[in-house]
Write a protein that binds this ligand. Structure first.
Ligand code: TYC
Length: 103
């Protein structure tokens, strides 16, 4: 028989452990120079989008100025931003990418 006090401790530890991590969305920004095809390839390569979905997201960014590419834990979001910026720089495109907390 486990005393109620111990149960309470176990529940408290469990509720701390299962707290969902704060999530971060990776956002691409529109610009006038980065080719549409490059953005589509980035969305396929780094965000696992199929070609149709990637094209829809790219066009949304082109029209609205920005768009969410995916939602990740903080470290993975940071890595995605670095990968996109490095690929853009490597190809000489000014594409901008950032991450921000969800909500
Ligand atoms: N506006 C760019 C063009 O007309 C295309 C583009 C789309 C650029 C999305 C950046 O995040 C971007 N070539």
């Amino acid at each position: 028989q486990v005393p109620a006090g111990d149960d309470a401790v176990v529940l408290e530890r469990q509720s701390q452990r299962v707290e969902p991590p704060k999530m971060y969305q990776v956002v691409l920004l529109n610009d006038d120079f980065t080719p549409m095809e490059f953005v589509v390839l980035v969305l396929q390569e780094y965000f696992n989008k199929d070609r149709e979905t990637a094209t829809q997201i790219m066009l949304k960014i082109h029209i609205e100025g920005r768009g969410v590419c995916g939602v990740f834990t903080r470290d993975l979001a940071t890595t995605k931003v670095e990968q996109v910026l490095q690929a853009a720089r490597h190809h000489g495109h000014p594409l901008q990418c950032l991450s921000e907390p969800v909500e």
